[in-house]
Design a protein around this ligand. Sequence first.
Ligand code: AMP
Ligand code: ZN
Ligand code: FE
Ligand code: FE
Length: 281
Amino acid sequence: MIDLHTHTNKSDGTDTPRELVNKAISLGVTVLGITDHDTTAGWEEAKQSVRGQIQLALGSEISCLTDDGISVHMLGLLFDGNHHDMQTMLEETRDGRLPRMRKMVEKMRAAGIDISMDDVEAARPAGATLGRPHLADALVNKGVIKSRDEAFQGMLNNDSVFYVSHAAPTPVEAVRMIRSAGGVAVIAHPFASLRGQILDASNFQELADAGLNGIEVDHRDHNLAERQMLRVIAKELDLAVTGASDYHGNGKLNSLGEYQSAPDQWEKLESRADQRRVITA
Ligand code: AMP
Ligand code: ZN
Ligand code: FE
Ligand code: FE
């Protein structure tokens, strides 16, 4: 069972890296991708938790913005965690998330909602990349809303008046950085339209030209027609097709292993990293 896209409490998931690895082992996951938003902070603990048959594909889900302002998530897997420019890129995005959160909180306060940055910080685990889910948790703690899900269907949605974006690399820049750090790039849930505006089928060529290796096709935020379109694009551009859970612990309904990648597609990806970087016990 191969699940290449999951989150821990080093971003907006709720399991520690150790808990996630243990759950994956219990479930029979053979290759686990750990892809916290804009950080590699969970890698060390995850490595120390490896035992038995599981293999880790350490990575990060990089927040990107196109020149047209479309939000894109790029999974980088198997890159060199000590690559200086990659770490700088991730750090710049994390830094930008703080003023962005202040602005969102300010907008809410101006609308009479009882929420503060202290509330948000109290909801963020130590060392976690700050994100809207922590604001959602703070709003739940305050009794403003009932769940993260409710938040994302309303006040925290990309279309909401409270939404503020943050600075981020373009998808092409992220792909180039992942590849120059020796890793492989897989675009995450590209047709997840409920989250906001999405890429057009014609945008994939330039990503492939930049070095994109794969497309996440089997994901709960894609319907069957969207998956079919993505499979056609992947075939045309000779890209690997992946499936993954995007597990977030209790933070989302997604369950670990609910979508998976085929072994041949994983091999296709792994063979394109600049060296063997899979972690084994
Ligand atoms: P941000 O990175 O701060 O813009 O927040 C976006 C993150 O919120 C995404 O990466 C998702 O993992 C998470 N998210 C989106 N929709 C939901 C939802 N319905 N419930 C929980 N988390 C969500
Ligand atoms: Zn997330
Ligand atoms: Fe994502
Ligand atoms: Fe994700």
